[in-house]
Design a protein around this ligand. Sequence first.
Ligand SMILES: Cc1cc2nc3c(=O)[nH]c(=O)nc-3n(C[C@H](O)[C@H](O)[C@H](O)COP(=O)(O)OP(=O)(O)OC[C@H]3O[C@@H](n4cnc5c(N)ncnc54)[C@H](O)[C@@H]3O)c2cc1C
Length: 387
Amino acid sequence: MELSARRKEIQQRAREFTEKVFFPMELELEETDILTRDQHQKIREEVRNYKLNAINHPENVGGQGYNIYEQCLVNEEIGKSTGGLWNHVWQPPLCLREATELQKKTYLVPACAGEMFIPYSISEPTAGSDAGGVKTTAVLDGDEWVINGEKMFASGCERADVILLHTIVDGDPNKPTVLIVDPNLPGFEIVKLPKFMTTGGRGHPNVRYTNVRVPRDRVLGEIGQGFELTKDWFVEARTAIGARCVGVASRALALATSYAKERQQFGRPIFDFQGIEFMLADMAAQTMAGKCMVYRVAEEIDAGLDRTIAHARVSAVKYFCSEMAGGVVDQALQIFGGRGYMRENAIERLYRDVRAERIWEGTSEIQKVIIGRQLRKRGPEIFSELM
Ligand SMILES: Cc1cc2nc3c(=O)[nH]c(=O)nc-3n(C[C@H](O)[C@H](O)[C@H](O)COP(=O)(O)OP(=O)(O)OC[C@H]3O[C@@H](n4cnc5c(N)ncnc54)[C@H](O)[C@@H]3O)c2cc1C
């Protein structure tokens, strides 16, 4: 797979951005656990300078208009950074494409420009993998929706401008509906800001909605279309995770390879011990396999792969790459010995950061449920054949 001049340029631009803007911030973020206002400002400016804002939206709303392959090139590079910094290269929720023209002007255009931050909140204390168990209700009262419920893992909702909130209308699970909610409204409450393995300069709070009233026209898409809106999102988000995980594995492999060459024990570089060499060989092969999967499936999606097959293949990508990166970083940490266990070492941070990739946007088990279901329904060819 030779990269075209356009693809090479995108890759180089994203790589330079990551190395020049993110890498120098990593240690300070590790110390403080929070980005300063100046750091936020610098990231925002540089994301715009490097033209990496809203890579997942078309140019007519202020995005870069990148296809999935091109998005993967960017996500792989920014995924190499630690502390969840990649998350600050904003990619507004894909489902905003379903917004009305007025909603696009009000929310999507400013979000693509980085002037508005819009997280998506679906998980609840009793609805995790089973998103069908969402209980947050929206009931129409005159010209307003009245919202009641609790959300968990509501990433970024503590600093959101508006929130895409997954609700069920009239308490009916058959009417899953996304509402655009202003968190400054009365009745919105951050109940708890728990600490996580990595915060990445943003929180994942528990949030309560008590009789929050939003205007009737704040429905995104149609009433009952909530899950339909997330389907395309999953294809994009899971491919992005695959690409980020390849970035993590590549950085871990590069760091471990050069360390193994320079670290001397028993009078020779540790690379000379076959135990270390075999670990590196394994890491190289695993990284390569993940990379092949990501870019093959990205190319297929861009070429118009059937949506159901794309969904199945992307689950395989997300499952394999997130598990693969976890394993590669674990081996890299082993090669670094005690130094790999130190927070000042990027390997230690990657080890913590990459763990979440096996959990969010559908756990590894849920990806296997999807793969298994498709194997049963359509046969092994949809995974084993080139299409
Ligand atoms: C840092 C972080 C940020 C997050 N950000 C967001 C966000 O912004 N918005 C949002 O809506 N959510 C967010 N989430 C939530 C995330 O999507 C959920 O954690 C995830 O979907 C799993 O749900 P759960 O944690 O409730 O686990 P559960 O669903 O309770 O699962 C527990 C275990 O059971 C397994 N399991 C469940 N069902 C099955 C099954 N059918 N077969 C086999 N095994 C099964 C799971 O794989 C897991 O191992 C975030 C989570 C984290 C950790």
